[in-house]
Design a protein around this ligand. Structure first.
Ligand SMILES: NC(=O)c1ccc[n+]([C@@H]2O[C@H](COP(=O)([O-])OP(=O)(O)OC[C@H]3O[C@@H](n4cnc5c(N)ncnc54)[C@H](O)[C@@H]3O)[C@@H](O)[C@H]2O)c1
Length: 319
C-alpha cells in the first residue's frame, strides 16, 4: 500500500482527492494550514498535519515516509493576486520551493501539481494546447507558470513530475459523510455563484458583447470527480527525470448563458441576473485541447455540465 501526501487536502479539490484516494486503498496524509480550507472536509481516515508549506518542521512531518505528493495547496484568487502579488509569489512559488526541498530531504521524488489554464493568459490559438504560448495576465497565473518551471528544473535532477493545467472545475462528491463541494470565501467561480444568486443578490454577468455565439464568455468545465481521476492516472505515469504538462478540461466550451440556463433547469426557477460590462483581463473563450490527457493518461471526462450543476446543487442543499 502506498502513502500519498495531499497538500491542501482541506480545500475543495484536495478534500475530494483525499476521499477518492482512500476509497481506492491508498493511505493519505494531508498537510493544510486551513487558511482557505475546512477541517470538516478532511476525511477522518487521513492523517492530518496542520501546518504551512512555509514551515519546514510541518513539511518534514508531512513528507517523511510518503511515496508521492499531490500538491493542491496554494492561493488561487486572481483579483487577490493582482492586489497582493508578493503573497502569491511567497506562498505559491516560495511554498512549493520549500515543499520540493523537504521532498529532497526525505528522498520523495514523485509529484503531481495543480497548475492552471491561467498560465496561458489571452489565448493565441484555440483549443489551447500544452505547447501554446504562456503569457499569464495575473500574478496568480504567473505563480503557477513559475512552479511549472521549478518542476521542469527539478526533473533534470531526477524528480518525476506532472503539472495538470485545470480549466474550470465544478461539481461535488457524495460520500458516506455527506457531500464535498465548493466552499470558497469569496466564491469567484460561476457555478456556485449562479446557484447562490437570489433577488437580493443577483448574479453579475460580466460582458454580453463578446464575439461569441450568445455574447457571453465561453469556458471549459470539468467535473471534480473526473478531474481527480486524472490525478490518480497521473500517479501511474510519473517517471523519474520527466516532467509532463497536461491540460484537464472537457475539450468543449459552455457560454455563461448556457451555464445559467442549465442551472435554471436544475433549480426549476429563473436565476436573477444583472448584466454588467466586461471584466478587464477576461479572455472571450478558453477551451482546452485534451488530446495529451487522452494519450498520456488514457483519460476522458465522463460527467457533463448538467451533472456538475446537479451535484453542486445537491452539495449546496446539504450544507
Ligand atoms: N478550483 C478550480 O477551479 C481550480 C482551477 C485551476 C487551478 N486550481 C488550483 O487547484 C488548487 C486547489 O484549488 P481549490 O479550489 O481546492 O482551492 P482551495 O482554496 O479550496 O484549497 C486550497 C487549500 O490549500 C490550503 N493552503 C493554502 N495555502 C497553504 C499553505 N501555505 N500551506 C498549507 N496549506 C495551504 C488551504 O487552506 C486550502 O485548504 C489550487 O492550487 C488552485 O490554484 C483550482
Amino acid at each position: 500500500m502506498t502513502e500519498i501526501l495531499v497538500t491542501g487536502g482541506a480545500g475543495y479539490l484536495g478534500s475530494v482527492a483525499t476521499t477518492l484516494l482512500l476509497d481506492a486503498g491508498h493511505r493519505v496524509r494531508v498537510l493544510d494550514d486551513l487558511s482557505t480550507g475546512h477541517l470538516d472536509a478532511v476525511d477522518e481516515r487521513a492523517q492530518f498535519v496542520e501546518g504551512s508549506l512555509e514551515d519546514p518542521t510541518a513539511l518534514d512531518e508531512a513528507v517523511s515516509g510518503v511515496q508521492s505528493v499531490i500538491h493542491f495547496a496554494g492561493k488561487s484568487l486572481v483579483a487577490e493576486s493582482v492586489a497582493q502579488p508578493e503573497l502569491y509569489h511567497r506562498v505559491n512559488v516560495g511554498g512549493t520551493t520549500q515543499l520540493l526541498e523537504a521532498m529532497a530531504r526525505h528522498g520523495v521524488t514523485r509529484c503531481v501539481f495543480s497548475s492552471s489554464a491561467a498560465t496561458y493568459g489571452e489565448p493565441v490559438e484555440l483549443p489551447l494546447r500544452e505547447t501554446s504560448p504562456t503569457q499569464p495576465t495575473s500574478p496568480y497565473g504567473e505563480s503557477k507558470l513559475r512552479v511549472d518551471a521549478l518542476l521542469s528544473d527539478a526533473a533534470t535532477r531526477g524528480l518525476a513530475a506532472v503539472s495538470l493545467r485545470y480549466f474550470n472545475v465544478a461539481g461535488a462528491l457524495e460520500t458516506a459523510r455527506g457531500w464535498l463541494g465548493e466552499r470558497h470565501h469569496p466564491e469567484t467561480h460561476l457555478v456556485p455563484n449562479v446557484l447562490e444568486a437570489s433577488e437580493n443578490h443577483p448574479l453579475t454577468l460580466f460582458g454580453t458583447d463578446w464575439n461569441t455565439p450568445d455574447g457571453t464568455c465561453v469556458r471549459d468545465y470539468v467535473h471534480v470527480v473526473d478531474l481527480i481521476d486524472a490525478h490518480v492516472r497521473a500517479l501511474d505515469v510519473l517517471e523519474n527525470g520527466r516532467h509532463h504538462i497536461v491540460n484537464l478540461g472537457s475539450g468543449r466550451g459552455y457560454s455563461n448563458r448556457e451555464v445559467i440556463a442549465t442551472s435554471e433547469s436544475v433549480l426549476g426557477r429563473p436565476v436573477p441576473v444583472v448584466e454588467s460590462p466586461r471584466r478587464p483581463g477576461d479572455p472571450a473563450v478558453l477551451v482546452a485541447s485534451i488530446e495529451r490527457a487522452e494519450h498520456l493518461l488514457g483519460w476522458r471526462p465522463e460527467r457533463d455540465l448538467r451533472r456538475m450543476i446537479d451535484d453542486a446543487y445537491a452539495a449546496r442543499l446539504a450544507r
